[in-house]
Design a protein around this ligand. Structure first.
Ligand SMILES: O=C(Nc1ccc2nc(N3CCOCC3)sc2c1)c1ccc(CN2C(=O)C=NC2=O)cc1
Length: 475
């Protein structure tokens, strides 16, 4: 079995954490039980490009339990947990000397060249050919296959231009080495029944490809399942914003003033968590509906300029850029904590902060820095303005990922076993499957569902077994 990970001797530690995570991932364990006999993924050859963490290890081993052959890479050069990668390669039955698990090509701290080499390796099946399914997070695996096929059709690989990002040059170099006159990537693309995509970035790329007529196989947008995005954004961040703050600082949140920029699902989760810790929470918002919701939920809604000098803890959640500027940071209290948990890394103007004459940056510990101004006042910035729940903690907890990843498994089964029902296009899971994901998590929480009578179901125009809401219902 081919693989490349940091250190197989970490496998035993990884296996112990996988066993703990399985207990907190009831949806995946329930799917293993429900489908064990049917083996719906028998014959599936799944290439996965998704953060190689302990929780993802449980996802991988669920796909294998349902009959799939799997090859895996991480979708971020820093996100691999090396003990998770080692445990997946060794497998539950193997040893570091005799690994019996799944080929993984991932380690924490890959270079860009190594990252794309890993993706290429995971797309090459032993004995030739490629996968017949992709499980993607951010769209890099889908991109490589599409660009390879495109350049084989064009008969040439273009050169990167001056202002292209470095990564694009790395991808073109790989493609220059791997496209063939016989059509290596064209054949790989032709062998793929479909892709299931985890996140907004990858989903956006898929809709763009479908719109411009270049999408080569159908895709299921897992991100927009209610039991994925609502859980990641609201419940995941409600947990991990506190986790990140506590691991990074020993600040007592109770009694302090916390500002949450944005009151979408991420902001709602963060505001709820910070209020739960006893902070007085102020919200900033640009959207009148979200602002009204925040007011109805009992939060003060103000502008950052009005309150910047009285806040102890800042959390940005907007998905926009330059929410907290260098000028704002210059007005902050001494030792104010500044953090971002929004989708991108540019919500806090770190470049502007670094340009302040006389500013002094000091690392307190990894992912925690003080920035001292010439007047002696300093602020504490977490994860250098990047996602603080990933830089300072371990992202979302297992139970939240169980919801996301159960959607992935159900989407893989749907696309692999009912391919003819999915002509090339981008789909969301039908609502009854979204509801199924929720159902699979209820027993673990001791939830007892109430059943509709037939008359009640008819009264509201639904089946007794659901789906219970219209497709445009906002949960
Ligand atoms: O991105 C993830 N993780 C991550 C970890 C460390 C890290 N260090 C970085 N740098 C930047 C440059 O300077 C050096 C440090 S970037 C970075 C990213 C990530 C996302 C979702 C899930 C999904 N997930 C799980 O699988 C389990 N819980 C989750 O949230 C995982 C990791």
């Amino acid at each position: 079995m081919d693989f490349k990970v940091a250190d197989l001797s970490l496998a035993a530690f990884g296996r112990k954490e996988i066993q703990l995570a399985e207990h907190e991932m009831p949806g995946l364990m329930a799917v293993r039980e429900e489908y064990a006999a049917a083996q719906p993924l028998a014959g599936a050859k799944i290439m996965g490009s998704l953060h190689m963490t302990i929780q993802t290890a449980v996802l991988i081993e669920t796909l294998v339990a349902l009959g799939a052959e799997v090859r895996w890479v991480s979708c971020n050069i820093f996100s691999t947990q090396d003990h998770a990668a080692a445990a997946v390669v060794v497998g539950p039955e193997g040893t570091p000397e005799d690994p019996k698990g799944v080929p993984v090509f991932a380690w924490k701290g890959e270079t860009l060249e190594e990252y794309w080499w890993c993706t290429e390796q995971a797309l090459l099946w032993p004995g030739g050919g490629g996968p017949n399914m992709i499980l993607d997070d951010g769209g890099d695996a889908t991109l490589l296959v599409h660009k390879g096929a495109e350049y084989e059709k064009a008969g040439a690989v273009p050169s990167a231009s001056e202002d292209d990002p470095e990564e694009w040059g790395v991808i073109l170099e790989l493609l220059r080495r791997t496209v063939t006159p016989e059509g290596h990537w064209t054949k790989v693309a032709a062998g793929i029944k479909g892709v299931t995509e985890e996140t907004t970035t990858g989903v956006h790329r898929l809709y763009e490809m479908f719109k411009n007529g270049t999408l080569l196989f159908p895709a299921i947008n897992v991100n927009d399942s209610v039991t994925k995005s609502k859980f990641d954004n609201k419940y995941g961040c409600r947990h991990s914003v506190i986790d990140g703050l506590n691991r990074a600082t020993d600040v007592l949140i109770g009694g302090k003033v916390a500002l949450v920029a944005g009151y979408g699902d991420v902001g709602k989760g963060c505001a709820d968590a910070l209020r739960g810790q006893g902070a007085r929470v102020i919200i900033t918002e640009i959207d009148p509906i979200c602002a009204l919701q925040a007011a109805m939920d009992g939060f003060q809604v103000a502008t950052l300029d009005e309150v910047v000098g009285s806040v102890d803890i800042f959390v940005t959640t907007t998905g926009n850029f330059n929410i907290i500027t260098a000028d704002h940071m210059a007005q902050m209290k001494h030792n104010a904590i500044v953090s971002n948990i929004g989708h991108f890394d540019n919500e806090i103007d770190m470049a502007g902060l670094a340009r302040i004459p006389g500013i002094e940056k000091t690392e307190v510990k990894p992912q925690v820095h003080t920035w001292r101004f010439p007047d002696g006042k300093q602020i504490i910035v977490l994860a250098e303005g990047r996602l603080m729940n990933l830089g300072c903690a371990t992202g979302h907890p297992s139970f939240v990922m169980s919801n996301s990843f159960t959607n992935q498994v159900i989407a893989q089964i749907e696309l692999f076993t009912k391919t003819d029902d999915y002509p090339i296009g981008v789909y969301v899971l039908p609502k009854h499957l979204d509801e199924k994901v929720a159902r699979l998590h209820l027993d673990a929480l001791g939830v007892k569902l109430t059943k509709l009578t037939k008359a009640q179901a008819e009264y509201i125009g639904v089946d007794v077994e659901g789906p219970y809401k219209s497709d445009h219902y906002r949960y």
